[in-house]
Ligand binder design. Structure first.
Ligand code: NAD
Ligand code: WQD
Length: 344
């Protein structure tokens, strides 16, 4: 009998990590989650278990705690590869508390790379972001578009994180990495067992929409209708979180089967379709039939006007593509919100 490869998932109790653990288990991998629960809850592990029937191994460890992270590797010599989600992710908070972001996001990555190299764990998938492109000069944006100066300390941690990985791989010829540049992840697992649960007032559009629809917020503020876009509101590429989770499985196969041409390769993970804020609101109303009070307010400082992905490289090289429809995706977000708010 062959044993399934064991994959370490830092931040695996979080929004994207939990969906990825499900996708990994369903693809036949064994999983070990390392998460300090700083932005997630232990109940997520139960949700994963209810979906897959298999309880992932879980270690409540802060990746910045080097000895504790080293102990995870020491105690699990079967770890074959790692996916690194663990990070703080609020753009606004990163402006107010930059050192928290540099410390958490960079130290956790450095510690992980150190332990991977020490334990001959050679394959890494890293959570990067379309934020590295800023406002691109060409749309849809492809991976060879230059990285623009970061607009926030959070964005800077993604740019520096990519550079740290490239430098570490240049100095260690066994180390191989895929950098997945996510566009805007939305939605929830169709079972409504796991989903996004932001602490406090949501900063991101879709959780604010679903909380408004659920009556937790009075109305949605649309941040600007005077942009240079067809309807004046900002344009993004909204990627279903289950599709996004599957991109990690594909990236892992790509690395484990040594199909990569370079030690470190970046891939856009998006749909290739840009939707405006006003279009997304209309689609939500249509897909769910739910009323959504909304008003136009001024621009949010720091917002990019428009960005959407050219996902051709991920399509052609990884064999990955976004499959879920936007209607199903928005319904999944609403079903998750209803489930956690006990709305029938
Ligand atoms: P999330 O906050 O839901 O998940 C991150 C998880 O990491 C949480 O469970 C948190 O408790 C954990 N964590 C944070 N710091 C840790 C540490 N030092 N040690 C151990 N665990 C730690 O966020 P998410 O939306 O699932 O994002 C996952 C990754 O994807 C992050 O790196 C984020 O920057 C990146 N990303 C997210 C988005 C997005 O819009 N959600 C877009 C692009 C990139
Ligand atoms: C989407 C659109 C808002 C809320 C952020 C980070 C980025 C990435 C994903 C990690 C924008 C508008 C929003 C609201 C609104 N994270 N909006 N009313 O800003 O594209 O990206 O999350 O890497 O780094 O910057 O996502 O969901 O906040 O906003 O009108 O209440 O919705 O102005 O146009 P964003 P978002």
């Amino acid at each position: 009998m062959t044993t399934a490869p064991l994959i370490l998932i830092t931040g695996g109790a979080g929004y994207i990590g939990s969906h990825t653990v499900v996708a990994l288990q369903q693809a036949g991998f064994d999983t070990i989650i390392v998460d300090d629960l700083s932005n997630s809850e232990p109940g997520v592990i139960d949700g994963i278990t209810r979906i897959t029937g298999v309880r992932p191994h879980f270690e409540q460890v802060d990746c910045c705690d080097k000895p504790a992270l080293a102990a995870v590797f020491d105690n699990h010599p079967a770890i074959t590869a790692a996916i690194h989600f663990a990070a703080s992710k609020s753009v606004g908070e990163s402006v107010r508390q930059p050192l928290k972001y540099y410390r958490n996001n960079l130290l956790s990555l450095i510690n992980l790379l150190d332990e991977m190299i020490r334990h001959h764990v050679d394959q890494l998938v890293f959570s990067s972001s379309c934020t590295v492109y800023g406002q691109p000069d060409h749309l849809p944006v492809a991976e060879d578009e230059p990285v623009k100066p970061a607009m926030s300390p959070y964005g800077n941690t993604k740019q520096i994180g990519e550079e740290i990985i490239r430098d570490a791989a240049a100095a260690n010829d066994r180390l191989q990495a895929v950098l997945l540049r996510y566009f805007n992840p939305i939605g929830a697992h169709p079972s409504a067992e796991i989903g996004e649960r932001p602490a406090g007032v949501p900063q991101n559009l879709v959780p604010f929409i679903t909380q408004t629809a659920a009556g937790l917020r009075n109305e949605l503020s649309i941040f600007g209708d005077d942009y240079n876009t067809p309807d004046g509101s900002c344009i993004r590429d909204y990627i279903n979180v289950v599709d996004l989770a599957k991109a990690h499985v594909t990236a892992l196969h790509y690395l484990l089967e040594r199909k990569n041409a370079q030690p470190v390769e970046a891939f856009n993970i998006g749909t290739g379709r840009g939707l405006s804020v006003l279009e997304l609101i209309a689609l939500f109303r249509k897909a769910t039939g739910v009323d959504l009070p909304a008003k136009i307010v001024g621009r949010r400082p720091g917002d990019i006007e428009q960005v959407w992905a050219n996902p051709q490289k991920a399509n052609d090289v990884l064999g990955w593509r976004a499959l879920e429809t936007i209607d199903d995706t928005l319904r999944s977000a609403w079903n998750w919100e209803k489930r956690i708010r006990k709305i029938t």
